[in-house]
Write a protein that binds this ligand. Structure first.
Ligand code: MOS
Length: 719
């Protein structure tokens, strides 16, 4: 069988297997370890003679390092070394194509950029020395720190169809609105950290990363060593959200310092350093133009976005990604422009593109539905295209109508007042809003090894990572289901770059892609078992360690080991693939203070086969919580005179806390998508954030009658 997935696998094998474990809401096997402090995170490995490194961040926003006053600090107690003159302090890479962008360390591109690493015997000594280190700078006085004040240029050719200007002129109803969203930080619970340990020419790095096969490349490239001499261990990760797709300064500086000193070195970032140095989601400006006819059928969609990044960085937040496939309208213009500012590198943050693109599109759709006098759910349903606009590709599967209907029923949408300001309870205006969810689906190259042991147990191995998203649970479930082995006899080993290269955790592809590789390895084992039983593979019945009623151990004189592989193929090109859903929100807005409290939320999602109902639900919940943050509080606020990030920790960058999050209902729809993967599953990891903030914005309007075009919708904007 070819590795690439070219022809939809129509067998739906996982619906015919008998173990009954696939899709079940099983606990994550590493969950208890994490909750009990028994999962060893990157910084927690206890290596003998480990020195401690602390990074020193630039206190200017743009310029050059002229002098580092090392001698004063080298004399401090416990200080071992100061590294500042090597190419060790690079921009954190993007996790794309395994490149680690090289940066001249004497140049300061953004405030807080690491300019030196101080290494000492203890963390306290290193911290004191890092604080005392004086650095002289040559400051660039005309640097650009303000996204509102720079020039933008197209980052790609605009995607145009028909004549949008004309459609706007001739429309029965139209809107033309410009929205803004603020920069976001991933703010993963576990700050970035690395411990480097060299054994001769071979480096072992304990780190916290999403994409080990690329991270090894990046690190080897940064260090100038062969990939085979780099091993990364990342078995437990405390969240990533894109911030650990690529390596960051902690990894490279720890590795270089450890090599120089001839002993292990640990470098951990503080929360403030995470905010200042790890990739941000770009702030955006987005112009939405929508035009429709008297029947409420869209005739035109314009979505133009302006985003920023550092000079020379390749990434541009793909804001209009879902607008391309979501709604009809024969006249279209999608465009993305980029401006260059000296702020932290912009990169992938959970659901790059859709997270902020969908919240704005869905807020605009609400305004358009109102202008056309149509219920916003009906308006969306009326505008789902039969095929991908402009390209004529079929949709692999799309449960958007079902998600809107199921969600509406469960939420009680019929209780909503069509006009705003109709429901008041004491000081509070109450309103309801809806938004669609959509996120592109991607199958990614992956490899996994499965062993059916002679004792009847199963081992799944891959360098696939688990951010807390459920990889350990899901990959075990797929193997247990396919091989008819109880889940408690199924072990999963992940997060070691020496294991077969999985797809990594990113872009919602981890479970489906690495899961497909596991599936294929298990298919090969099934074929062997069938052969041993002299039956056709279709007649094979595996359950609870029995193969056609015989103990499978009787068939095995040694371990059966197979490696499964998958690569994206023709199915990726021939279909438009996305996961879909719908959000419903009830918000209360204080008539006097402008404070918004979310009272309830419902989300309904269709993403192909559900591989584990608990981990899928958790992903959806987490995304919706971020939607609340994105709608109401989260903003990286920079001082535009200096480039300094003002909201550089969780005291000032406000993520929703428990009190801000109401009961959230998650409905998982049953769906099979044979085009997306042999598992008939699509991605769900990022779907829950893609549009959620739009439902909040629409509920705020329905509550109090104020249409804001600026996220987050803080009280000062609402009163
Ligand atoms: Mo995701 S932002 O691709 O980890």
């Amino acid at each position: 069988m070819s590795d690439s997935y070219d022809t939809p696998d129509q067998r739906n094998l996982l619906d015919q297997t008998a173990q009954g474990v696939i899709g079940q809401p099983l606990d994550r096997p590493e969950g208890a370890l994490k909750a009990c402090g028994q999962a060893t995170y990157a910084a927690e490995h206890d290596l003998t003679n480990c020195a401690e490194g602390v990074l020193v961040g630039a206190t200017i926003g743009c310029g050059r390092v002229v002098r580092i006053h090392r001698d004063e600090v080298l004399a401090m107690p416990g200080v071992l070394a100061i590294y500042a003159d090597q190419a060790m302090l690079r921009r954190n890479a993007q996790g794309t194509a395994g490149e680690a962008p090289i940066q001249d360390v004497t140049t300061v591109d953004y405030y807080g950029q690491p300019v030196a690493l101080v290494v000492a015997e203890s963390f306290e000594q290193a911290t004191a020395a890092a604080k005392a280190l004086r650095v002289d700078y040559d400051v660039t006085t005309d640097a650009d720190f303000d996204p509102a004040a720079v020039e933008y240029e197209p980052s790609e050719e605009a995607d145009e169809l028909g004549d949008l200007d004309r459609a706007m002129d001739e429309a029965a109803f139209s809107i033309d609105r410009t929205f803004t969203t603020e920069a976001h930080n991933s703010a993963a619970m576990e700050p970035h950290a690395s411990i480097a340990d060299w054994d001769g020419r071979k480096l072992t790095l304990y780190g916290s990363f999403q994409m080990l096969k690329y991270n090894v490349k990046e690190l080897a490239d940064s260090l100038g060593v062969a990939e085979k001499n780099v091993r990364i261990l990342s078995p437990y990760i405390g969240g990533g959200f894109g911030s650990k797709l690529g390596i960051s300064h902690d990894a490279v500086s720890a590795a270089l310092a450890a090599r120089e000193l001839g002993r292990p070195v640990r470098v951990t970032l503080t929360r403030q350093q995470v905010f200042e140095t790890i990739t941000r989601r770009s702030e955006t400006r987005q112009r939405l133009r929508l035009a429709c006819d008297r029947q409420g059928r869209l005739t035109g969609i314009g979505h133009e976005a302006w985003v920023t990044n550092l000079p020379d960085e390749g990434f541009a937040e793909p804001v209009t990604q879902a607008t391309k496939f979501l709604y009809a309208g024969q006249n279209r213009r999608l465009a993305l422009s980029i401006g260059r500012v000296q702020l932290t590198t912009a990169g992938s943050v959970r659901a790059p593109g859709e997270a902020v693109g969908m919240q704005v599109l869905e807020a605009a759709m609400d305004e358009m539905a109102e202008a056309a006098g149509i219920d916003p759910i009906e308006f969306r349903k009326r505008n789902l295209p039969a095929e991908l606009p402009g390209e004529g590709l079929p949709y692999s599967s799309r449960m958007l109508t079902e998600a809107l209907d199921r969600g509406a029923r469960s939420f009680g949408w019929d209780q909503r007042h069509q006009q705003p300001c109709q429901r008041r309870e004491g000081e509070w205006w109450i309103g309801m809003g809806v938004a669609s969810a959509a996120r592109v689906n991607i199958l990614s190259k992956a490899e996994a090894r499965v062993t059916l042991r002679a004792d009847g147990g199963v081992l799944v191995e891959s360098d696939q990572t688990d951010l807390g998203t459920g990889s350990y649970a899901i990959l075990g479930q797929i193997a247990a289901e396919m091989l008819g082995v109880p889940i408690d006899r199924t072990d999963v080993a992940l997060g070691d770059s020496d294991l077969p290269a999985g797809a990594g955790s990113g872009g919602s592809w981890g479970a489906t892609s690495t899961g497909s590789a596991v599936f294929r390895a298990c298919e090969a084992i099934r074929a062997t078992l069938a052969h041993k039983l002299s039956v056709d593979v279709d007649e094979l019945r595996l359950k609870d360690g029995l193969a056609n009623d015989r103990p499978v151990t009787e068939l095995l004189d040694k371990d059966l080991v197979e490696t499964g592989r998958i690569e994206p193929g023709k199915t990726m090109k021939d279909y438009s693939q996305a996961s879909y859903g719908a959000f419903f929100c009830e918000a209360a807005v204080n008539a006097f203070t402008g404070e918004t409290r979310i009272r309830r939320m419902t989300g309904a999602f269709g993403f192909g086969r559900v591989l584990n109902a608990k981990t899928a639900r958790s992903q959806c919940l987490g995304g919706m919580v971020w939607g609340i943050g994105s709608a109401l509080t989260e903003a990286m606020e920079f001082d535009h005179r200096t480039g300094r990030l003002m909201t550089h920790d969780l005291a000032e960058y406000h993520v929703p806390v428990h009190r801000d999050v109401p009961a959230i209902e998650v409905i998982l729809l049953e769906e099979r998508d044979t085009v997306a993967s042999p598992l008939q599953a699509k991605g769900v990891g990022e779907l829950g954030i893609c549009g959620a903030a739009g439902a909040v914005a629409n509920a705020i309007y329905n509550a109090c009658g104020v249409r804001l075009h600026s996220f987050p919708m803080t009280p000062d904007k609402l009163v």
